[in-house]
Write a protein that binds this ligand. Structure first.
Ligand SMILES: C[S@@+](CC[C@H](N)C(=O)[O-])C[C@H]1O[C@@H](n2cnc3c(N)ncnc32)[C@H](O)[C@@H]1O
Length: 249
């Protein structure tokens, strides 16, 4: 993990219905090695990634469908912290038909920059960008209603780091937390585990930056962080590793 000094938005309290960009102060951003790759070029590629081919579009559509169902299950998700927001893939879903602002946070200022540059005006007015780390979120306790965290935890292979992030989510949220990650108990996970066993047997070394977590393990981590499971949504039950958990603080 690295600590970098950056300008970051001052965000001790989430704005009530405001659309003002949050002001800046200098803050240390804690980032893992894998997160260094999210520079400006990568951000531009990531922005295009989910529209690149029919399969990606289908997967994007499915992921948004899962997120929509989870948000509907909450009812009114109130002020949402989208962390990591990446290049703003979920902003139309998070803002349309809702009165509350969205705090869009990421540890990469380039991802935020590309997201804001490509964001249509009708959504932009509702987005408050925040340059911060999930390990140390620059928000006060209980300052948002819902934390929305898609595609972060599958990058975090260590139990202690996941706990730190989950505890931060629990600290800033007063209502719900949504997280997506890769879990076991499906065909893709079984295939991945087989490959890992083969690698071990043959001495082949890879440096993975995405990790599969056992359901039992992550569910214990939720409980240890003060988060109760409300329900979950599988991308493709029994086949895909992606699972979205809806948790209650
Ligand atoms: C795979 S992208 C997902 C973005 C978005 N949620 C989506 O699904 O399109 C992962 C994002 O996590 C961000 N990230 C990585 N580590 C982070 C951390 N510790 N705190 C906040 N953001 C982080 C990266 O900069 C990147 O934008």
């Amino acid at each position: 993990m690295t600590r970098e000094n950056h300008k970051r938005p001052e965000a001790n309290q989430a704005p009530e219905g405001g659309t003002e960009p949050l002001a800046s102060t200098t803050e240390t951003i804690i980032r893992d090695e894998f997160a260094q790759k999210y520079d400006y070029e990568h951000a531009q590629r990531y922005y295009r990634k989910h529209h690149r081919n029919p399969l990606r579009k289908l997967s994007d559509w499915r992921e948004k469908g899962m997120a929509r169902r989870a948000l509907e299950a909450i009812g009114d998700p109130g002020t949402i912290l989208d962390l990591p927001c990446g290049t703003g893939r979920f902003w139309p879903l998070l803002t349309t038909g809702r009165k509350h602002p969205v705090i869009a946070a990421d540890s990469s200022s380039d991802m935020l920059r590309v997201a804001m540059a490509n964001c249509p005006a009708e959504f932009k007015a509702r987005i408050n960008p925040l340059h911060t780390s999930a390990y140390q979120i620059a928000l006060a306790d209980n300052s948002v209603d819902t934390v929305f965290s898609i595609r972060l935890l599958h990058h975090i292979g260590e139990h202690s780091k996941r706990l730190q992030i989950l505890r931060e989510f629990q600290r800033v949220a007063r209502g719900h937390v949504l997280v997506s990650l890769w879990v076991d108990g499906n065909f893709k996970a079984w295939r991945r585990q087989q490959r890992e066993r083969r690698d071990l047997a043959t001495g082949r070394r890879r440096t993975p930056n995405r990790f599969l977590v056992r359901r039992q393990e992550i569910e214990d981590e939720f409980r240890a962080s003060g988060l109760a499971i409300v329900r979950y949504y599988d991308f493709l039950p029994l086949y895909s590793m992606w699972r979205l958990y809806l948790l209650k603080v």
